[in-house]
Design a protein around this ligand. Structure first.
Ligand SMILES: Nc1ncnc2c1ncn2[C@@H]1O[C@H](COP(=O)(O)OP(=O)(O)O)[C@@H](O)[C@H]1O
Ligand SMILES: [Mg+2]
Length: 242
């Protein structure tokens, strides 16, 4: 298996002001030399507590924040799915319109083709054609997340970055979305970077996982091995809390 993504010595710093407008600027190192790979067709879990830098890794991979280090995408496109499907969908547009707009932005200039592909995509993510007529507010959280996944798939990514895609959903709905992602991964041969703060969620889902603490990777391995023989104290802590 070859790598679809190589990340080497990734460093991200943010400047923030403390003490108001006249306060000092402090530099906060959020990622401190993070390195990892994702292989073709692999689901890599990225786990860590809130504030550990998980979303920053996702953003750096997509060049949404300035970083130092190396991010090499092997001839591939990446798309992102976010935690909050409500916030990432325009509430004033119907689902069909949103999908067709994404198709337009991906280069589909033929109106009929857009409409046909939108209908195909809604089925691909496990919804029905009737959902195309709905506004985001007329869908459940799980259905909205399916729409977001459909939108992310439209540019034809080889790598899907899913940033806490199920954290806002009930447990039963979580399982359905995970099943959809696994399905898509197999059908489309996608690689997935699956971000979660919850080790339980990634256990059955990921081929391999990395654990992040305060901007450092403290553990890496296949789930069974990490659970049975955690190396880092932090991993032991995470395991004891579930
Ligand atoms: N644009 C930003 N400016 C300043 N600090 C930021 C910015 N984005 C994130 N941070 C800080 O970086 C740290 C890691 O954030 P994040 O990557 O969102 O963590 P996680 O996704 O693991 O919860 C947090 O302390 C957060 O406050
Ligand atoms: Mg986050």
């Amino acid at each position: 298996m070859s790598e679809i993504l190589k990340v080497r010595d990734l460093n991200v710093k943010f400047n923030s002001r403390v003490g108001g407008v006249f306060g000092n600027t402090v530099t906060k190192e959020v990622l401190k030399g993070v390195s990892f790979d994702i292989k073709e067709g692999e689901i890599l879990g990225l786990v860590g507590e809130s504030g550990s830098g998980k979303s920053t890794i996702a953003k750096a991979v997509l060049s949404l924040v300035p970083y130092e280090g190396e991010v090499v995408m092997n001839n591939a496109r990446a798309s992102m799915v976010f935690q909050d499907p409500k916030g990432s969908l325009n509430p004033s547009k119907r689902v069909g319109w949103l999908l067709e707009e994404a198709l337009y932005l991906s280069g589909e200039k033929d109106k009929e083709q857009r409409s046909k592909k939108a209908r195909e995509m809604i089925l691909t993510v496990g919804l029905k054609e009737e959902h195309l007529m709905r506004y985001p507010s007329e869908l459940s959280g799980g259905q909205r997340q399916r729409v977001c996944i459909g939108l992310a798939l439209i540019p034809g990514p080889r790598l899907l970055i899913a940033d806490e895609p199920v954290s806002a959903l009930d447990v039963t709905i979580q399982a359905q979305i995970l099943e959809l992602l696994k399905d898509l991964q197999q059908k489309l041969g996608l690689s997935i970077l699956f971000i979660s703060h919850d080790l339980r969620v990634v256990y059955n889902f990921c081929d391999r996982l990395i654990i992040l603490k305060s901007g450092n990777i403290v553990e890496e391995g296949i789930p069974e091995q990490v659970y049975a023989h955690p190396v880092a104290d932090y991993t032991k802590e995470l395991l004891s809390s579930i």
